[in-house]
Write a protein that binds this ligand. Structure first.
Ligand code: ADP
Ligand code: MG
Length: 445
């Protein structure tokens, strides 16, 4: 039975039963992942949605499922938070970060992201300490607090964690959370409708302003101007501002200098890709949150299988949990490695060294002959080292074999290059970004 067909039939039956707003809120990011053996598994973006679907719509779902499959079925849920960003347009994704509690009309921040459930490790401990400091002394210690780092490393989580912590201390606190696109849209709309006053009242009355992914202010002159004044007014009255970006302010193109210097005027902290221990700790925490248990060696295996960001790691964990459940397998290194090999997009099983080299040449726009040739120009060294690293880590090839493939290089040269790049990935933003992009290209090749 095609799960998507079943789901579409179910949605058609469910939709007329409620308001459009409710339908969007509870079902827009819910998807079917499995229909088998009298069981349907639905993936939902948060535990909050899961609880609500169970409490409010269980009967409706069961009825629709029965009709769609022509049999009695059970419904099970898995929480997959990566769905929030994967499946939606930016605008809806943003709304999801707010939830309207049933009793209070004021929107609150998504309670899922707290400082308590943020796992601290080498890659993010400075950022975490800064977050704590801001919670202790908002508006004074570090203003603005600026988090930067690659995608999925926990910037938004940490920012909302601060918001939630401050909201706990003072429920009256006026918090505005938005992406830079939302701010831009509000600004454009305000101009069109001659409502600049409203816009200013809104943003300039915040006690805490959280703006996510400000790299998208790039090139938006009017928005930058408006934000500059908002910024000044808020900091003048000690309202705390927290910003995130995928790169440090100096590296964002087309941002006014005066704004850049404001961004740099507080505290800038970067969040790196997590090291292995942190990845294991995060996986452990995510399992606990979902009320699941995986043995340590399994956590280790999953954490070692990918160097990519935490969002992907979480996605992989969920995928594995689902597969184990669906096939009724116990969580063991053996059963899990099966899924890692066949299901993971960038797994060794699906790749060979020719593909790796070809993707690297494509990405860096160099010739294969140069990559494997004797030239030692800087433009060739990084791609070569990247190739060594990926062939070693992902394809598990020996240094001797890698040396051969790369034009007969000595194995010590390969070891050196591989270790060098490994270290750079952890310390150099630019290299990290390139690495992630290359891995993404490989994954989608
Ligand atoms: P970013 O904003 O940097 O792209 P997010 O904050 O959206 O990344 O994090 C992606 C996912 O990883 C979220 O589900 C988040 O809860 C989780 N995550 C990231 N860092 C941590 C951490 N240190 N501890 C626990 N969960 C984390
Ligand atoms: Mg984010």
């Amino acid at each position: 039975m095609d799960p998507q067909k079943v789901w579409q039939t179910m949605l058609t039956a469910i939709k007329p039963e409620m308001s459009e707003a409710n339908f969007n809120l509870w079902f827009a990011n819910t998807d079917i992942t499995q229909v088998a053996d009298g069981k349907i598994i639905l993936a939902v973006p948060s535990a909050f949605i899961k609880e609500n679907l169970k409490q409010r719509y269980q009967d409706l779902l069961l009825k629709a499922a029965k009709e769609a499959t022509q049999q009695e079925v059970e419904i099970d849920f898995v929480v997959d938070s990566s769905r929030v960003t994967l499946k939606k347009t930016a605008k809806v994704a943003e709304e999801d970060l707010f939830q309207l509690p049933t009793t209070i009309t004021r929107p609150t921040l998504n309670p899922k992201y707290t400082l308590d459930n943020f796992v601290v490790g080498l890659s993010n401990n400075v950022a975490y300490a800064a977050a704590k400091a801001v919670v202790e002394n908002p508006g004074t210690s570090y203003n603005p607090l600026f988090f930067y780092g690659g995608t999925g490393v926990g910037k938004t989580h940490l920012m909302l964690g601060i918001g939630n912590e401050l909201l706990k201390k003072n429920t009256e606190l006026k918090i505005i959370y938005c992406s830079s696109e939302k701010f831009t849209n509000d600004y454009v709309e305000a101009i069109q409708n001659h409502k600049m006053g409203d816009l200013r009242n809104k943003y300039r009355s915040a006690d805490l302003l959280l703006v996510d992914d400000i790299q998208f202010f790039s090139g938006r002159e009017g928005t930058q101007e408006e934000f500059f004044h908002t910024f000044n007014e808020l900091t003048a009255k000690n309202s705390q501002i927290i910003l995130t970006s995928d790169r440090p302010p100096v590296e964002i193109a087309k941002i006014e200098d005066r704004l850049k210097s404001r961004f740099q005027g507080g505290l800038m902290v970067d969040i790196q890709l997590p090291d292995l221990d942190t990845r294991v700790a995060i996986l452990r925490a995510k399992c606990l949150e979902k009320g699941e248990m995986l043995p340590e060696d399994c956590l280790n295996l999953i954490a070692s299988s990918s160097q990519i960001n935490i969002r992907e790691l979480e996605g992989k964990l969920i995928q594995i949990m689902q597969s184990l459940k669906a096939q009724n397998l116990p969580p063991t290194v053996e059963s899990i490695s099966k899924f890692l090999d066949t299901r993971s997009p960038n797994s060794a099983a699906n790749l060979n060294h020719k593909q790796v080299l070809s993707i690297i040449c494509q990405y860096f726009n160099i010739k294969a002959a140069d990559l494997t040739g004797p030239k030692r120009q800087k433009e060739l060294v990084l791609p070569r080292h990247m190739a060594m690293h990926i062939m070693s880590e992902d394809l598990k090839m020996t240094v001797e074999r890698i040396g051969e493939i790369l034009g007969g290089r000595d194995h010590t040269t390969v070891m050196h290059g591989r270790d060098k790049i490994k270290q750079l990935i952890n310390t150099d933003r630019e290299v990290q970004r390139i690495f992630i992009e290359v891995k993404n290209s490989l994954a989608s090749s």
